[in-house]
Design a protein around this ligand. Structure first.
Ligand SMILES: [Zn+2]
Length: 494
């Protein structure tokens, strides 16, 4: 072979391989691409191959499939740190709300290995769980949770203090749940009022020892002392300071109520002192929980500043009376109830706050399950204009991804629209995106999400959920205490 021919062959192979390299599995063409980490907000083409974003470019890209996204926003898929409904119906409405990852981190699944087994290969979107202190306590007290529930009925297992031996058994259980792949320790302290301050600190110690955060629904809501929301925030910030565990306070608005901005100032203060404390909220004035839980132990009306009539059954819209409440509170079934304890003014102050990320606390029966993310984009970005689009997207993507980085390095590839990131992408119309779920019709899907991509697979196509695809993958904790990194508070504020 002549030298010329060798060079020719080499060049032919070279250009052929470039052509192959430029052929992507999926190209999202001409959309307004937002990356909250790099601050990118420009028209770009996104090339996806093998489940990853491999190219973000102003140049045209060729792919096996092209999604034409001109006029649409292309953002990292939304990450919901707080999602209870893990069934397919909930996953479908989450997908139509722009969510690519929905994690049960507040309380946690009662059996993490069983949870992961049930979801593997059968999930539309990505999933994961914390290790449940509530379930560990129920187990240790000999009253394991009934199948399909995450909260116990109020009784000795929720209301009595534990012995040192029982506390140790709970710690062991949390350790084995973390071994099974849990991302964090989940605590619903209001649902286990018998847990002493020391028991709480001892559970934070498990998290600190494993280098994972504690996600917590705090001990109490409202203004009554002792037992105010301010006291509850002090308790968990104290436990974080004592143990060194990272702390994520869930739904700060629905626990702190009228003192929400004070609670946020406490979080801000703790962060300024070097503690790793983060928080979240959902954009609704009502909460929802199990009516036979310890949250409704005697004194709840005084504490929350509400009455029987502020409790509403989600299925029928029935406002409760004292008699009806007592009947349901004493029942063993897990009837859910809406709790109207907040005001629109408070929610409107909390959602735009720089420290607050968006998380739904989603569960069937409450519109937050289906509408949380679209509602923030519709109400706070488009109507009230108290958030920019990029700020709102940041609260739904980068901020929760950074919290998840405390649990797994895999989260560094989430919440970003960059080369090397996981191809979890939402493509929506910023002019029309809106929630449609209401307290009367809580499972009405949002409108405006045109496409959703999970790990490179299209799961929402032209506004419709694609049937028979299950690209959702588990996010798992680090499973062992070996490589526990030191967690510093990230530079700057969220
Ligand atoms: Zn909660």
């Amino acid at each position: 072979m002549t030298m010329r021919r060798v060079i020719f062959c080499f060049l032919a192979v070279f250009f052929a391989s470039i052509a192959a390299a430029q052929q992507y599995d999926l190209v999202i063409a001409g959309g307004r691409v937002l990356d909250p980490e790099g601050g990118l907000d420009a028209v770009r083409n996104v090339g996806i191959r093998d489940g990853r974003i491999v190219r973000v470019s102003a140049e045209a890209l060729s792919g096996k499939r092209i999604i034409h996204a001109a006029g649409l926003v292309v953002a990292p898929g939304f990450i919901d740190l707080h999602q209870h409904g893990q069934d397919m119906a909930s996953q479908r409405v989450k997908a139509l709300d722009g969510v690519t990852t929905a994690l049960e981190l507040e309380i946690g699944a009662p059996d993490v290995a069983a949870f992961l087994r049930a979801k593997e290969g059968r999930s539309l979107i990505n999933y994961g769980s914390s290790a449940s202190h509530v379930a560990a306590r129920a187990l240790v007290f000999g009253a394991p949770l009934p199948a399909g529930t995450i909260l116990p009925k109020s009784g000795p297992a929720t209301d009595q203090p534990a012995t040192p031996e029982q506390i140790e058994a709970m710690q062991k259980r949390l350790g084995s749940e973390l071994d099974a792949g849990a991302l964090a320790v989940g605590m619903g302290i209001q649902y286990t009022p018998g847990a002493t301050r020391l028991e709480v600190i001892d559970m934070f110690r498990v998290a600190a020892g494993r280098g994972v955060p504690v996600y917590t629904h705090m001990r109490s809501a409202g203004r009554m002392e002792p037992g105010s929301a301010i006291e509850a925030v002090s308790e968990v910030i104290g436990a974080a300071a004592i143990t060194g565990a990272s702390l994520h306070i869930v739904h700060i608005n629905s626990t702190c109520l009228r003192d929400s901005t004070e609670c946020l100032a406490m979080v801000e203060g703790a962060r300024a002192r070097g503690l790793d404390v983060t928080t979240e909220a959902y954009p609704y004035i009502a909460g929802m929980t199990q009516i036979n839980s310890a949250l409704f132990n005697p004194g709840w009306r005084e504490k929350l500043g509400i009455d029987y009539g502020d409790l509403v059954l989600p299925d029928t819209g029935e406002h409760l009376t004292r008699q009806r409440f007592e009947e349901l509170h004493d029942a063993s079934g897990s009837q859910m109830v809406l709790v109207f304890a907040n005001t629109q003014e408070i929610v409107d102050q909390v959602i735009p706050h720089a420290l607050v990320m968006i998380a739904s606390d989603g569960i069937e029966g409450h519109p937050r399950n289906a509408g949380t993310f679209s509602r923030v984009l519709a109400q706070y970005v488009r109507e009230k204009k108290t958030l920019t689009l990029l700020e709102a997207v940041r609260k739904m993507t980068l901020m929760p991804a950074q919290v998840l980085e405390r649990s797994t390095p895999d989260a560094r590839r989430k919440g970003r629209l960059q080369e090397g990131a996981d191809a979890d992408v939402v493509i929506f119309d910023a002019a029309t995106i809106a929630d449609r779920a209401t307290f009367q019709k809580p499972m009405e899907p949002s409108v405006g999400v045109r496409f959703l991509v999970v790990g490179g697979t299209v799961v929402v196509d032209e506004g419709k959920v694609v049937e028979g695809v299950f690209p959702g993958r588990a996010l798992l904790g680090r499973r062992s205490a070996v490589d526990v990194p030191a967690h510093n508070v990230p530079a700057g504020t969220f």
